[in-house]
Design a protein around this ligand. Sequence first.
Ligand code: FAD
Ligand code: SIN
Length: 539
Amino acid sequence: MKPSVKTVDFLVIGGGVAGLRAAIESALAGSVLVLTKDKPTESSTGYAQGGVAVALSDEDEVCIHFEDTIKAGDGLCREEAVRILVEEGPGLILEMISWGAEFDREGSKLSFTMEAAHSRRRILHSHGDATGKEIERVLINKARSFPSVSRLDFAFTLDLIIENGRCIGASVLRDGSLINIFAKAVILATGGAGQVFSRTTNPVIATGDGIAIAYRAGALISDMEFIQFHPTTLYSPAAPQFLLSEAMRGEGAVLKNIHGKRFMPEYHEMAELAPRDAVTRAILSEMIKTNAKHVYLDLMHLDKNFVKKRFPVIYATCLQYNVDITEEMIPVSPAAHYIMGGVHTDVEGGTSIKGLFAAGEVACTGVHGANRLASNSLLEGLVYGARTGRRAVKYIEEERIDITAPGAHAAATSNAAPMSSLDIEKTRSTLRQIMWNKTGIIRCDESLCIAKKWLDKKRPIMNMPFEDRRGFELKNMLTVADLMAASALLRKGSVGAHYRSDFKGRGEKWQKHTACLRGKEAEWMNFESPLSTRGRGLG
Ligand code: FAD
Ligand code: SIN
């Protein structure tokens, strides 16, 4: 297939909070093209419920938000990155309000809710539990207001184009045709990888494409063992794992086992508002003890009208599955939710490849450490999306990149059909089951080795040419799963969201980070000087 060619100054791959915020920041410096692989609204951003954490209330302070984030990160946060997040966050939220974002208020004052591991009520929310939609609405409108910004939807990025060690664009599949898009700077903002697990809160677009694409191009990937599992998703064989926001527990909902007994106070002093990993493991333990597939979330003691008004999306969605959350306990169980690791970046979104930048869930700035504090990722998307956009502008100005005559680049796919669509779907489904069962909430050497062995056998697929989105997604999911399993095997200890039943303590070298570079699956590195590895191999 001969690709058509397009050129642009800034290529932003991803149209969620991070990609849109980066696009807005670059808009005055040149032409910007934002790619999405599906509808523009199909992103984790659009589904975000609980809200956005920001130290703006009278009772809060930036330094307390800093401390809570560091504590949740369990000793592995990069302090510089956290400081930037909490200090720059308030200004960016006020800017969003000036662009028309409507956050819920009590009278004229902003209304803040509580979520797990926060020591203050600091979560802003919109239309009750539709915060992500509001953030996305405002950013899409703002991006549209710049004539220099355009969008290409249903444009699936296959691979990056690298020339002389520099990223100069990406090859993209759209409507069955290939396009090579050349750009002076490329910003990856492709979101998370939850679809690698059979139980996940993530939308279908979250197949870890950006991490796999960057890895194939030779970028440094870090902390892939840290996957956050959300404690409460709707459990019903007929329903998807629909998220039931932590804000429900913040407003007073409690967890009960199938015998109706509240259990969280026995597991943690913060009870239902303990860190996510602690609540998730407590739920799992109760499910095992009671031989049940779920526990219950109970908010029947809360005022019915308050619940309907405060959680309108959750109320309506659960009703579709015949659960009236004001009248009955909700069956819930955990699901994969967020990846703390990803494409390794500095605090301006720079990766180990020149010309390639990354922001949002695809990136690993170290801001979340081993466990993300609830509602910090929308804020991260705004803060680091803006920083990354600014850094990309500086890069093209300083380096005077010329893309007027790009060299000939081979198509990234072939006409061969390496796997039948049936095989693709079967392998995808087996992968998701194996990842959930063997590398999920509780792992051990034995389970991780089973997953790794299965993945090793699938290595040929990770290098196959495909000509369709599902095939490419499978290749990306296998690659990301392999990096997760390799990193989890390397960390012989339990830290944050990474819990090993065979190593209850933190283990040796626990303050170092795992890193993967093509050809070297997982190594330890010192995170405090992250880009000392720029352009070089590990070790
Ligand atoms: P996304 O918003 O996921 O956007 C990814 C974009 O990349 C999409 O436009 C997609 O089309 C595009 N893309 C992906 N792959 C390709 C490809 N190959 N080619 C082209 N384009 C591609 N966080 C909070 O802080 N507060 C919350 O209340 C909250 N609630 C959540 C609820 C749910 C159900 C989920 C799933 C997550 C929630 N999170 C929340 C986490 C948060 O929403 C995400 O971490 C954040 O929105 C990620 O933003 P992003 O811009 O990095 O990626
Ligand atoms: C939630 O509403 O529980 C999700 C919040 C988050 O993931 O930050």
